[in-house]
Design a protein around this ligand. Structure first.
Ligand code: AMP
Length: 220
């Protein structure tokens, strides 16, 4: 199964990606997490990514993102499928992704579009916390860790992402509207897109996702 999760930043894609990944036993590939990890580890790739100012909400160029995705989906854990969280984010990325899959005789099975009112999204950003070690995400009220401020998985001190700063959030939402929102229509035309109401509790949203995938007419 190959899935793409679509939706504005802060809508809860990451949380749903982890649940879908566990439930269907496919890896969740987040290009944003890949970039943050490379920057944190100070690799050569990370230093290159840093130049594109993702901390200010700017996009990494399409060709750089595509190269990273091409390499990642060739890893052995992807043989049974995978889900993409935060990719594709532009029409050219979607077109290249389609070609990349076709070269491997693979096809995208479904695109899940997470939608929520803008006020909900802004609230989610302000309460979001991430683990700098394993990337797990929390929300101080909607999805708090067992011990305040500490990761449930590894116990590390949780942090706020630099790009969750309100000024950067505004920029990220602008960039989403300009570059990513057109993908909704793009995938609607191909008949692959289904929209879920992401304003509900994570458990309810996940229920919608599973119901949708179970009822899907698969064209594998
Ligand atoms: P995310 O964790 O998905 O919110 O991504 C964090 C940041 O990484 C984004 O705001 C972008 O700056 C960058 N990024 C992640 N994925 C992509 C992508 N597919 N194309 C361009 N930039 C990306």
């Amino acid at each position: 199964m190959i899935l793409v999760l679509l939706g504005p930043p802060g809508v809860g894609k990451g949380t749903q990606a982890s649940r879908i990944s566990l439930h269907y036993e496919i890896p969740s590939i987040s290009t944003g997490a890949m970039f943050r990890d490379a920057i944190a580890r100070g690799t050569e790739f990370g230093r290159r990514i840093q130049r594109y100012r993702i901390d200010k909400g700017e996009f990494v160029p399409d060709e750089v993102v595509i190269d990273a995705v091409r390499e990642r989906i060739h890893e052995p854990d992807c043989v049974k499928g995978f889900l993409m969280d935060g990719f594709p984010r532009t029409i050219p990325q979607a077109e290249t992704f389609h070609r990349l899959l076709a070269e491997e005789k693979l096809r995208l099975n479904a695109v899940i579009n997470f939608s929520a009112p803008i006020d909900d999204i802004v609230t989610r950003f302000s309460g979001r916390r991430v683990c700098p070690v394993d990337g797990s995400t929390y929300h101080i009220t909607h999805q708090p860790p067992l011990q305040p401020g500490l990761c449930d998985v590894c116990g590390a001190q949780l942090e706020q992402r630099p790009d969750d700063d309100p000024v950067v959030v505004k920029r990220r939402l602008e960039v989403y509207t300009e570059k990513t929102a057109p993908l909704v229509e793009y995938y609607q035309t191909s008949g692959l897109l289904r929209t879920v109401d992401a304003s509900r509790e994570p458990e309810t949203v996940f229920g919608q996702v599973v119901a949708l995938l179970e009822g899907w007419q698969w064209h594998i």
